[in-house]
Design a protein around this ligand. Structure first.
Ligand SMILES: NC(=O)c1ccc[n+]([C@@H]2O[C@H](COP(=O)([O-])OP(=O)(O)OC[C@H]3O[C@@H](n4cnc5c(N)ncnc54)[C@H](OP(=O)(O)O)[C@@H]3O)[C@@H](O)[C@H]2O)c1
Length: 357
């Protein structure tokens, strides 16, 4: 079997994007596809387009030392992520037609509208690219539209890393649970707020815990998105839309963050054998869907109460399989990068199926 040769367009080259390209090298001999990066686009570090393949090691060094990517480009110029996507599609029409172009989207989320990722995904699908993204915006703001567009142009739109990093949530339901109806869920799905609540239990100040999450590349670029519950609300909307057939944005999720939770509250809960956790939940009643993200006081026997530090868990309520729990014992950048890799691997599998027919 020949391994498909994929041309990757990286829009976003921050913590996740750079970890992703290193991971591709680290597991090179296990990959079922060949790859080259043909473009990288960032917001403040410029962009590079090279149909023959960008030197990703040099690109990483440039960004990590604060220098512009344009130094690697034969015709450096200012371009947006959308410009880069369209330029690559023009440069590589055969790869586009053969389904070998993949947008790897890892920009930061604008919680007002789900941009810029939403426009990047739309433009890439329109240019016949497959899309993989770790950004919550597309599935949280426009899942139906983008899924229909992907189907219409016969390309894949995957976003496993949008919730619980590389731990399969969407793929588990999609691949392994046919016919099953998801009627609700309950979970701890924001790593930074869970880490902060655990730190408060240990007597560490909130600011220090947030700084640690930033240093590890886990907190959102704007950590108030984590603390105010927006990140969890975006993930909740994505889960409702994809797993429960909803049509919700993060703004329709009832939301309270943890900024009002005091160290004293957390310690008092602990002293009485309970724990405060930021809980995301959704349910279906008489055909309508409701969703919320709120700090909850949990008894010790609640499986969510035992989640400390960077642990996450999601419990799905289903009609045919009862309650199913997915637990992530530790979350880090490698797992988020793996989400992109696993999504690309599924695209490669599909390309192999095509060529063998
Ligand atoms: N970090 C995690 O553990 C984690 C886990 C799961 C999901 N995610 C999601 O992954 C995404 C990326 O996270 P990250 O930690 O890698 O963030 P990051 O380090 O802040 O990197 C974001 C990247 O996006 C670029 N960018 C921003 N706006 C852009 C635009 N309009 N056009 C082109 N590039 C743009 C930035 O460029 P400049 O640097 O030049 O500004 C940077 O390269 C986010 O959506 C996040 O929610 C992250």
């Amino acid at each position: 079997m020949t391994a498909p040769e994929l041309a990757l367009v990286l829009v976003g080259f921050g913590h996740v994007g750079r970890r992703f390209v290193r991971l591709l090298d680290e597991v090179a001999e296990r990959l079922d596809f060949e790859w080259r990066v043909v473009a990288i686009s960032t917001r403040r570090h410029g962009s590079v387009v090279d149909a023959d393949g960008v030197d990703v090691d040099r690109a990483r060094s440039l960004v990590e030392s604060g220098q512009p990517l344009g130094r690697l480009d034969s015709e450096p110029r200012e371009r947006s992520g959308l410009d880069v996507i369209r330029q690559v599609a023009r440069l590589l029409p055969d790869e586009a037609a053969e389904g070998r172009l993949v947008l790897v989207e890892s920009t930061i989320l604008d919680i007002d509208r789900g941009e810029p990722a939403l426009s990047h995904v739309r433009a890439a699908l329109e240019a016949q690219m497959h899309v993989v993204t770790v950004n919550k915006g597309p599935a949280a703001f426009a899942y139906d539209e983008l899924e229909s567009l992907a189907e219409a142009v016969d390309r894949e739109f995957y976003f496993e890393g949008a919730v619980m990093d590389g731990v399969p949530v969407f793929n588990l339901v999609r691949e392994a649970m046919p016919v099953v109806r998801v009627d609700g869920f309950r979970g701890v799905i924001n790593t930074t707020s869970n880490f902060v609540l655990s730190a408060l239990e240990q007597g560490q100040p909130l600011d220090q815990a947030v700084r640690e999450m930033q240093a590890r590349g886990i907190a959102e670029a704007d950590p108030s998105l984590d603390i105010d519950g927006w990140d969890a609300a975006a993930k909740t909307a994505a889960l409702v839309n994809v797993l429960m057939g909803g049509s919700m944005t993060p703004h329709q999720v009832q939301r309270t963050g943890i900024s009002e939770v005091r160290a004293g509250d957390v310690k008092a809960a602990l002293a009485s054998g309970r724990r405060i956790r930021l809980v995301a939940r959704a349910s279906r009643h008489d055909g309508s869907l409701t969703a919320s993200v709120e700090p909850e006081l949990l008894t010790a026997d609640d499986p969510l109460a035992g989640l400390a530090d960077t642990e996450n868990a999601l419990y799905l309520t289903t009609d045919l399989l009862g309650e199913i729990g997915i637990v992530q014992r530790s979350g880090d950048l490698t797992q988020t990068a793996y989400a992109l890799l696993s999504d690309i691997s599924r695209i490669s599998l599909r390309l192999r199926d095509w060529t063998e027919r």
